[in-house]
Write a protein that binds this ligand. Structure first.
Ligand SMILES: [Zn+2]
Length: 333
């Protein structure tokens, strides 16, 4: 059976982790920084040694190609990202990039040719920490974000993506080629499920449907002392009951339903004033389209009901929504 060289992959992960190493044991190699550039240089040197041809596109995405025996065929693509969050880990992204390169090394070691070319890809600014746009490089490649808009993004110091691409000479002239046979990404688990169950690897079958609500409950601002509980129109009562109702909806859609109340704000925000308004956000997710829609309608009904119950009014806006994706069954299998 064909196996990779574990020592080589581990050594490269360790070598890459020295670039931007933090005292906590992780990495700070933010997009288009000197460290990101150094990481790319190291990666490209390994690719050159493995016989790959390196191309970069205008947003600095890197494609390291191992030729196929039929050069007219579309490439099989695999990779991830080398940039990190300011307090990132050693493996997030890097593992997917270096594992893809390890596949090429293993094919080389065993003198195995493939018909299709294989491209190891490094996407620019996947994390979106320094330049606030996650998955930026792949969005430009894919066409959902214009090159002009991406280049104009600035960090907190006012330095733009375009400035850094030029300073570090990271942009190239490779076309945004969408003719791809298949694409794979190996990534460390970002949740606790596999680790909890002691399962070493899982196969992602799709992306959740997800949306974000901004919700308001409005009542009557009044003093905490003189106002009897029975005469108040306290929007916090509605918010409290609605949040509980929300968790109950999530439980009815367990284990795949997700409900997160990540922000809550009472106005005017005084300890001895019954608030006149309470605002909160809700992040709602489910991988199944029908269950997702069901959760949405239950949530919207619960907002209206809990407002009325305590004499308040409510508003709810779905401020962001991303439809789920089911991955190609052939790729999954
Ligand atoms: Zn990642």
């Amino acid at each position: 059976m064909l196996t990779i060289n574990q020592e080589r992959l581990w050594q490269r992960l360790t070598d890459m982790a020295q670039i931007g190493a933090t005292s906590a044991g992780g990495c700070n190699r933010q997009a288009l920084s000197d460290e990101d550039s150094a990481g790319r240089t190291l990666f490209e040197s390994w690719c050159h040694a493995a016989g790959c041809e390196i191309r970069r596109d205008a947003i600095g995405n890197v494609f390291a190609r191992r030729a196929g025996t039929k050069s007219s065929l579309a490439p099989v693509m695999s990779g991830s990202h080398l940039d990190t969050q300011p307090t990132g880990g050693k493996f997030d992204g890097v593992y997917g990039v270096l594992a893809a390169l390890e596949v090429i090394e293993t094919l080389n070691d065993h003198h195995i040719d493939t018909e299709h070319p294989i491209d190891v890809v490094v996407w620019t600014n996947e994390e979106g920490s320094r330049f606030d746009c996650a998955m930026m490089g792949s969005a430009v490649w894919q066409g959902s974000l214009s090159l002009t808009d991406a280049r104009a993004l600035t960090d907190l110091g006012g330095v733009s993506v375009g400035d850094e691409l030029e300073r570090l000479q990271l942009a190239g002239s490779a076309p945004f080629n969408h003719n791809v046979k298949a694409a794979f990404e190996l990534h460390i688990e970002q949740g606790p499920i596999l680790e909890n169950e002691g399962v070493p690897i899982g196969i992602v079958t799709g992306v959740q449907h997800m949306c974000r609500y901004r919700i308001q409950f409005r009542g009557q601002e009044t003093h905490a002392g003189p106002s009897p509980m029975s005469l108040r129109r306290d929007p916090m009562r509605s918010a409290a009951e609605f949040i509980n109702e929300g968790y109950a909806i999530a439980e009815r859609h367990a284990p795949q339903g997700r409900m997160t109340f990540g922000y809550i704000h009472a106005s005017p925000g005084s300890p001895n004033t019954v608030p006149g308004k309470v605002e909160l956000t809700l992040d709602l997710r489910h991988p199944d389209g029908e269950a997702y829609a069901d959760m949405q309608s239950l949530v919207e009904a619960a907002i209206a009901e809990t407002a009325t119950k305590f004499g308040n009014t409510s508003g709810a806006q779905r401020v962001w929504e991303a439809p789920g994706v089911s991955f190609d069954e052939g790729c999954v299998s």
